[in-house]
Design a protein around this ligand. Structure first.
Ligand code: PLP
Length: 394
């Protein structure tokens, strides 16, 4: 057998894949998945928008378009979407990706040689860790609190690791903790990146899924010197099956992304881009997202109420204002071992927190996603989990 390239060892284990497969069992109350609720996909409206796109643009929809992406969609993102995050750019600074995951991969390829250092949150998004791991990156983890990455800890990490090239952050309703980075820290992060000469990847697929409070300005909105690579996605707002995301960056970086796009899959699918464009032109964002926000807020509330009622004292958790995730710390519990019992014995799935740490994993943590379960299932699932945690905490 031909030996695999060494980098394949960096992609992590199949544990999560196997767990997600088990969680797909319809009998399972699953807090494992990080995807939107399928019943919220705008099925009929999207089908009509798709027909309209073919009527309006004909065979153009089926042709190659080019690595930057469809011009009108880039323009839509620049003029209608990004100003909500305080980012003012033209379509020239937007490139359409095949999902925002690709944008993480490209940033890693662009900046990381083997053994180069990336600064990540502690804990961080598993998909990004897989990407960096495949390039044999070295990690420096920075502590977070209720307001996101701690800037004193970041500065300390930058001082101790002047070789660091990238800071990777999920500032809005972070996957996995649901925590949002405070506005003053966003400004500070850019200042620190500038002072210590490091790039920031701002990965924000959950930005629009906010159901409490005002939208904070993106980290990118404080960036005067081209240090921030902003990644957006249609996966959580429209549907993940469309596989569309985007990068916002300065002219030079967009050109590097263009080179990478041409070298990997040439361009994001033209059909999907015209479908998304036509749908978004006909369905104002807030109108389309209004129902999703209501549903997710009710699910978040059901989860928090049930946690308050059923989780043993000593267990702590986050209180997200949007997104899909609640992070739980259960001192004394090994959540990695417990998940097997949870799935087999009480029919409840979650993701053990251990998988989200680049360094110094904590086994007494877990991620609960409330996005895909109805309120009554959430209440029942948390009740069952509460009993199990009570037994294990003791
Ligand atoms: C933080 C984060 N970044 C990126 C992604 C990937 O999104 P996409 O479907 O746009 O590739 C996800 C998906 O769950 C995510 O949670």
């Amino acid at each position: 057998m031909v030996a695999e390239a060494k980098r394949m060892q960096g992609y992590g284990s199949d544990f999560i894949k196997e767990m997600f497969a088990a969680a797909r069992n319809p009998e399972m109350i699953s807090f494992a998945g990080g995807a939107p609720a399928p019943e919220l996909y705008p099925l009929d409206a999207f089908r009509s928008a798709s027909d309209k796109a073919f009527d309006l643009y004909g065979r153009t929809v089926m042709a190659y378009d080019g690595a930057y992406g469809v011009a009108q969609l880039r323009d839509f993102i620049a003029t209608q979407w990004m100003p909500r995050a305080g980012i003012s750019v033209s379509a020239d600074n937007v490139l359409i990706l095949s999902g925002s995951q690709q944008g993480i991969d490209y940033a890693a390829r662009l900046y990381l040689d083997e053994g180069d250092t990336v600064i990540v949150e502690h804990p961080s998004y598993l998909g990004a860790l897989n990407t960096f791991g495949a390039l044999s990156a070295k990690y420096v983890s920075v502590a977070i609190d209720d307001h996101g990455m701690r800037m004193d800890a970041l500065e300390d990490a930058l001082k101790r690791h002047p070789e660091a090239k990238l800071i990777y952050t999920v500032p809005d309703f972070q996957n996995p903790t649901g925590i949002t980075l405070a506005t003053d820290r966003r400004r500070q992060m850019v200042q620190l990146a500038d002072r210590y000469d490091v790039m920031i990847i701002e990965d924000s697929p959950y930005f629009e899924i906010r159901f409490d409070g005002a939208f904070p300005p993106a980290i990118k909105s404080f960036d005067d010197c081209g240090r921030v690579i902003y990644l957006g996605s249609f996966s959580k707002t429209l549907c993940p099956g469309i596989r569309l995301g985007w990068v916002i960056a300065d002219d030079r970086l967009i050109e590097r992304y263009r080179v990478l796009k041409e070298a990997t899959d040439f361009q994001a699918g033209t059909v999907a881009q015209y479908q998304a464009l036509t749908f978004l032109q006909d369905h104002p964002l807030d109108q389309h997202l209004g129902r999703s926000r209501e549903v997710y807020r009710a699910r978040r509330d059901a989860a928090l109420t049930a946690i308050g009622q059923y989780f043993p004292s000593g267990v702590t958790h986050t209180r997200p204002s949007g997104g899909y995730f609640i992070w739980v710390e259960a001192p004394g519990v090994n959540a990695t071992e417990t998940v097997v019992y949870a799935m087999n014995d009480i029919g409840v799935a979650y993701v053990p927190g251990e998988s989200f740490y680049a360094t110094d994993p904590r086994v007494d943590t877990l991620r609960l996603s409330y996005s895909q379960m109805t309120e009554d299932k959430i209440t029942e699932g948390i009740r069952r989990l509460g009993v199990l945690l009570g037994e294990r905490c003791a």
